[in-house]
Structures are given as structure tokens and as C-alpha cells.
Ligand binder design. Structure first.
Ligand SMILES: [Zn+2]
Length: 82
């Protein structure tokens, strides 16, 4: 459990260097997206697939950011697995 948390916080600090996933600007927020429909992201039985994403302050405060993140994550997942 401890090493899982360490891995996760390392992953988060890596992710912080990524640009905003919506506008490409400098990000300041790291979020975790857990798709409701795990089949859509090809999760193995009994496992939950999660995705880290980064947002800038402006996109974070935009009401449209949640569906946009969902769309972007789904698209990038499909691009990597097709
Ligand atoms: Zn942005």
C-alpha cells in the first residue's frame, strides 16, 4: 500500500509537467478520471482503469471541462489501443 501511494504521487508529480489537456497551456491542476463505463476503456475483469489528466486554472474553472476531459481521455485511449 505504501509503495502504491509512492508510485501514485510520483506519477502525479510527473503529470504536473504536462500541458493542460484541453488548451495546451501551462497546467496547474492534476485530476484523476475514472471512467464510469470501464468496458469502454478495456479494463480487465475486477480492475479499475484510471487516467491522470492536467488542466490549467482557466479550463479547470470552465463548466465544459469535465465532458471535455472525458472526451479527450477516451480519444487518446482509443488512439493508443487501435
Ligand atoms: Zn487549459
Amino acid at each position: 500500500m505504501v509503495s502504491l501511494m509512492t508510485d501514485l504521487s510520483l506519477t502525479i508529480s510527473d503529470a504536473r509537467c504536462n500541458p493542460c489537456c484541453i488548451c495546451g497551456g501551462k497546467s496547474s491542476i492534476v485530476g484523476l478520471y475514472i471512467p464510469y463505463n470501464q468496458h469502454s476503456v478495456d479494463a480487465p475483469e475486477g480492475k479499475t482503469r484510471m487516467f491522470l489528466y492536467t488542466l490549467c486554472e482557466r479550463c479547470f474553472n470552465d463548466d465544459m471541462s469535465a465532458p471535455m476531459v472525458e472526451y479527450k481521455v477516451q480519444k487518446s485511449f482509443e488512439a493508443r489501443h487501435n
